[in-house]
Design a protein around this ligand. Structure first.
Ligand SMILES: [Mg+2]
Length: 378
């Protein structure tokens, strides 16, 4: 199954002012992604997606990776992964170069599934679950005076939609964070899971101060309390607080995750399949996590391609630890405005309340709406 062509699609949607939202990193004014399409000589097409601003990923794929892919056997994903990574290792062990490999790897698994007429979760070893329970990712900052009240209303809306778990942003200063967490917890009651995400806005000392102030609100986890480089800081925060700690969305490839796992720097590991190296590498990272008895909740952000890929990965993750009533992985469902996530699939995953069906079609099971691909092409 020879690769004939590699196409890149930079997709971009400028958010109207009303939809602009903020995290500790700044304001999100645009939704954008790099989607890759790999075509084979026998007429099959596979899709993948790369995490991060898309123009660098496009250049990497068009100029560095695509020439190495044409003519290769699309079924040989591990050989291709190693070739791309090793060839450019000296310049790209983290970040964009690995995200660009991720897009290609996801497309190769989509192709493999289509060639074998099997969903990717079965190629990974089979589903431990055919449905996943999602948590709502939202509760960002808005350009208004009273964020606490607005967050409480938004949290109530997720509850009314059927979400039993949700995640809110922190990292705006300790006083404001505490005010917002208190408002959201009061709005959703004690029975629902509430997680917080600082997007590495704090150092270990500040993160511990915040955690101590909000431990009473029974938080499900505290995500990215410190910068990803500060593994010692992660360990310090985790050893000090009674809140589970999570991280990993900005880490790359098995070597990047090795220290997090070996030192058990987090309770919940959150690799992003569109960034960490695709299915091939996410599977190895999941094995590292398993060997360290760590839970994996994949980080999910971006278009329908990443959403579908993450559903297959989540379906195939073994429960940690195995038990008759084992805790199942929670699936991240981004609720912020993004037409690339909502419109790109002709067959969006079926959802009832907070339960999503894992797609069962061959490959990713994703039917791309080519009109939408053209509409958002930058
Ligand atoms: Mg996060």
């Amino acid at each position: 199954m020879k690769i004939r062509e590699v196409r890149t699609w930079v997709l971009r949607h400028e958010l109207p002012e009303i939809d602009v939202f903020g995290s500790s990193k700044g304001w999100h004014t645009v939704r954008q992604a790099l989607v890759v399409e790999i075509l084979t000589e026998d007429g099959l097409t596979g899709f993948g997606e790369a995490y991060g601003p898309p123009s660098v990923n496009r250049t990497l794929i068009d100029e560095m990776y695509a020439p190495r892919l044409v003519g290769k056997n699309a079924l040989e994903h591990a050989v291709i992964w190693e070739d791309l990574y090793s060839t450019f290792r000296d310049y790209g062990r983290k970040g964009w170069p690995v995200a660009a490999i991720s897009a290609i790897d996801i497309a190769l698994w989509d192709l493999k599934g289509k060639a074998l007429r099997q969903p990717v979760f079965r190629l990974l070893g089979g589903p431990f679950r055919t449905q996943v329970r999602a948590y709502a990712t939202g509760l960002y900052r808005h350009r208004i005076a009273d964020n606490a009240t607005a967050l409480a209303r938004e949290a109530e809306a997720y509850t009314a939609e059927g979400f039993r778990a949700m995640k809110m942003k922190v990292g705006f200063g300790l006083d404001e964070d505490v005010r917002n967490i208190r408002a959201v917890r009061a709005a959703i009651g004690d029975d629902r899971l509430l997680a917080i995400d600082a997007n590495h806005a704090y150092d270990a000392g500040q993160a511990i101060r915040l955690g101590r102030k909000v431990e009473a609100y029974d938080l499900a986890w505290f995500e990215e309390p410190v910068v990803p480089e500060d593994v010692d800081g992660y360990c310090q925060v985790k050893a000090t607080l009674r809140i589970p700690i999570s991280g990993g969305e900005t880490e790359y490839a098995r070597w990047g995750f090795r220290e997090l796992c070996a030192r058990r720097a987090v309770d919940i590991l959150q690799p992003d399949i569109c960034g960490c190296g695709g299915f091939t590498e996410a599977w190895r990272i999941a094995a590292l996590a398993s060997a360290s008895s760590m839970t994996v909740y994949p980080h999910v952000w971006g278009t329908a391609v990443g959403l579908f890929a993450s559903l297959h990965l989540t379906a195939a993750l073994p429960p940690n630890p195995p038990a008759m009533l084992a805790a199942e992985p929670l699936f991240e469902l981004d609720r912020t405005p993004n037409p690339l996530r909502d419109q790109l699939a002709l067959n969006p995953p079926k959802r009832a309340g907070d339960v999503l069906d894992v797609p069962t079609g061959p490959g990713l099971g994703l039917e791309i709406d080519r009109a939408v691909l053209e509409r958002y092409r930058a």
